[in-house]
Design a protein around this ligand. Structure first.
Ligand SMILES: [Zn+2]
Length: 200
């Protein structure tokens, strides 16, 4: 297994993405998740690169293409308000390119996140995005999780208190797509997912 996974955590610094009720911000949390996830993936044989904070989206996608990335993984948390009041929306969401293989890869990631998210009935599923640069301009498969809503107090608390578990869930989402079965990160028994072929 020498697939290459490019991680692209939120790049906009504070005050963007303030977590409701606490002094935490999306960029910092997502960068920490990327730094927790990278060694998990590397230990399972994946090549890993993390987009540098100073690189804009076009530079990151360009770097991923030049490096030969097989799988592009933005890392974000979500918001439903401008931040002046607490949002009521909750739950994981994974944004996909409108292609069956892309949606299947996103479904693996979504299922992995729902295994650790405390209110799975609030999950929002896999949705097609037709305008996010890192989805429509990435020639490799792109899996774009919005892990939970940081402008909701319950979700924000879950995010900051469960970063290790969330990183393991992100790792499982990648592993399932490539058919890597690893009991150390396994959450539920079952056959590994089928591996992907060339897809677009
Ligand atoms: Zn974001």
């Amino acid at each position: 297994m020498n697939k290459r996974i490019y991680l692209s955590p939120e790049r906009r610094p504070r005050p963007h993405g303030r977590y409701w009720g606490m002094e935490a911000y999306e960029k910092d949390v997502c960068e920490e998740l990327a730094s927790l996830l990278a060694p998990l993936l590397a230990a399972r044989g994946f090549g890993v690169r993390i987009g540098a904070p100073e690189k804009d989206l076009a530079a990151r996608v360009g770097e991923a293409i030049a490096w030969g990335a097989d799988y592009y993984l933005p890392i974000h948390t979500n918001a439903s308000t401008g931040g002046a009041r607490e949002g009521t929306a909750r739950g994981p969401l994974v944004l996909a390119y409108d292609h069956p293989a892309a949606k299947a890869a996103c479904r693996r990631m979504y299922d992995s996140l729902l295994e650790v998210y405390p209110c799975p009935e609030r999950g929002r599923g896999v949705q097609v995005s037709r305008n996010f640069y890192e989805i429509i301009r990435t020639p490799m498969v792109s899996v774009y999780p919005e892990i939970a809503f940081h402008d909701n107090g319950e979700d924000a608390r879950w995010l900051v208190e469960n970063k290790g578990e969330i990183a393991r869930a992100l790792c499982r989402g990648v592993c399932r797509w490539y058919g890597v079965w690893d009991p150390l990160i396994a959450k539920s028994p079952g056959a590994p997912a089928e591996s992907s072929g060339p897809w677009r």
